[in-house]
Design a protein around this ligand. Structure first.
Ligand SMILES: Cc1cc2nc3c(=O)[nH]c(=O)nc-3n(C[C@H](O)[C@H](O)[C@H](O)COP(=O)(O)OP(=O)(O)OC[C@H]3O[C@@H](n4cnc5c(N)ncnc54)[C@H](O)[C@@H]3O)c2cc1C
Ligand SMILES: NC(=O)C1=CN([C@@H]2O[C@H](COP(=O)(O)OP(=O)(O)OC[C@H]3O[C@@H](n4cnc5c(N)ncnc54)[C@H](OP(=O)(O)O)[C@@H]3O)[C@@H](O)[C@H]2O)C=CC1
Ligand SMILES: O=C(O)C(=O)Cc1c[nH]c2ccccc12
Length: 417
């Protein structure tokens, strides 16, 4: 039976139809796909599916939640805006509407993604959490399982995101803390935090922006900064720092560009170390390239730190009722703690038997990222730590490569027939 299905799925006359069957030795419904299976209906998964469709290749997106772009719909705060200019955040084949501002709001970005899905007629399977994906060496297909269904496909595109799961650190005495401890993924606005002393742990872009939002909501935020970080102005002389950096990198080596960015930042923002924000020894773009650590693009938080509206503390030593003790020995009272401690990939929890993804951080290894030809039909979109621009570049590249293989397979089939 499996053999017949396997042959059928290669039959070009049946494509792009998928074949559904039940399996006697497993309760799972089995779906044979003529094209790739994509895991995740975020910007990366949508972009990959749109590019594939543009090449005439059908695909199926499996999404664990009940909506597209779940990170943006469900896990971000109300006042979020894109922090890079729109031209660096649009997905392939469909630009943002002309009337969008330079930094679109979360609502605008989401409405764009909805139109994107509609425009390319992308219909993800919702509430389909992938629990395992395994390469079957015998038939040379991927077997991708959700609770109820097994999807079988020659190509597997991992688009489950760099930010799939929250990083939630443990602190001594955490369970005794007398107040809410929430991750930024569940922070919507400062409502309910008015006049409250809130400790924001972590100073990436989330921590910095949530602090500012809390300030604007009349709360009293403090920020835990345990390590060095680069803060850059969002714009330099009316040009986005990101855009300027990209342009400069075309002409100068990264270290020269970093020197220039740091010089201008110093002129515009002053010395950040006097505020408790020490800069790493390595420059912002070089560090981004080496470790993926995104520089903070300041949207007003620094001014609030300078004015004393936001206080800065070093790493946490322990918690006790409402008291937080820091590593420098200071103890302060807080009513709530917001963990802006970032995210991690969830790939190691479901992708089996592959040495193409690291089990440590859930990112693809260099081999997969650099080679345009994914091994055994496995591809990654959106894991280059380069934001939405990285997702778009990956999606185009992966779709081109798969469509080449797809057409080749089709041709071979026709010749055999
Ligand atoms: C607050 C915030 C703001 C950001 N702002 C910017 C910005 O301005 N510019 C920029 O370039 N980047 C920004 N980023 C980076 C962000 O990573 C991208 O914007 C973008 O969301 C990445 O898209 P993605 O599709 O790769 O991942 P995601 O958006 O995370 O989408 C992945 C999808 O996969 C689904 N999924 C995960 N695991 C499974 C599974 N096992 N089975 C089925 N489905 C699964 C998830 O539910 C999710 O819908 C921001 C990130 C955050 C957190
Ligand atoms: N407007 C926008 O467009 C926004 C974009 N983003 C993007 O979303 C992504 C995720 O950002 P974000 O959520 O800020 O996550 P990040 O991973 O960028 O930052 C997490 C921060 O938490 C700190 N941290 C982690 N664990 C601890 C701990 N135990 N104690 C103290 N500090 C800790 C890290 O410090 P350390 O460096 O020492 O590990 C780091 O400063 C990024 O790509 C970011 O650019 C986020 C918000 C807004
Ligand atoms: O928002 C993010 O996470 C990004 O990765 C976007 C991004 C890629 N390269 C950068 C360099 C400086 C600031 C933001 C980014």
């Amino acid at each position: 039976m499996e053999e017949v299905e396997f042959k059928k799925v290669h039959d070009p006359y049946l494509q792009p139809k998928m074949i559904t069957s039940t399996n006697s030795d497993s309760p799972l419904r089995r779906v044979w796909l003529p094209g790739p299976v994509i895991i995740g209906a975020g910007p990366s998964g949508l972009a990959a599916a749109a590019c594939l469709k543009n090449h005439g290749v059908p695909s199926m997106i499996l999404e664990q939640t009940s909506c597209i772009a779940s990170l943006w719909q469900l896990k971000t705060y109300d006042r979020l805006r894109l922090h890079l200019p729109k031209q660096f955040c649009q997905l392939p084949l469909m630009p943002f509407p002309q009337d969008f501002p330079t930094y679109p709001t979360k609502e605008q970005f989401l409405s764009y993604l909805e139109s994107y899905a509609k425009n390319f007629d992308l219909k993800p399977v919702f509430n389909a959490t992938v629990v395992s994906a395994e390469f079957d060496g015998e038939c040379r297909f991927w077997r991708v399982k959700t609770k109820a269904t097994e999807y079988v496909s020659q190509w597997l595109i991992v688009a489950s995101g760099e930010n799939a799961d929250e990083v939630v650190p443990r602190f001594e005495g955490m369970d005794e803390f007398n107040g809410p401890i929430v991750h930024t993924s569940s922070y919507k606005s400062g409502d309910g935090f008015e006049n409250k002393r809130v400790l924001v742990v972590g100073c990436g872009n989330s921590g910095m922006e949530v602090c500012l939002d809390l300030c604007n909501s009349h709360a009293f935020p403090s920020l835990v900064v345990r390590d060095s970080l680069h803060v850059l102005p969002q714009e330099m002389f009316g040009i986005s720092t990101f855009g300027l950096s990209m342009w400069l990198l075309k002409w100068f080596p990264v270290r020269i560009v970093d020197h220039l960015l740091l010089f201008i930042s110093r002129c515009l923002l002053g010395d950040t170390s006097v505020l408790g924000l020490n800069r790493p020894k390595i420059g912002p773009l070089e560090l981004k390239g080496i470790s993926g650590k995104t520089p903070v693009l300041d949207v007003g938080t620094l001014a609030k730190i300078r004015s004393g509206d936001i206080k800065v503390y070093p790493a946490i030593k322990r918690l006790e009722c409402n008291i937080v003790e820091f590593v420098d020995g200071r103890k302060e009272n807080f009513d709530a703690i917001i963990l802006a401690t970032g995210y991690r990939s969830n790939v190691p929890t479901w992708l089996k038997d592959t040495n193409l993804f690291s089990n440590k951080d859930g990112f693809p290894k260099k081999k997969l990222q650099e080679g345009s030809k994914g091994e055994r039909g496995l591809y990654a979109v959106g894991f280059t730590k380069r934001g939405l621009l990285g997702s778009s570049i990956d999606a185009c590249r992966v779709a081109k490569e798969i469509s080449r293989q797809y057409s080749e397979g089709k041709r071979e089939c026709l010749q055999r027939a």
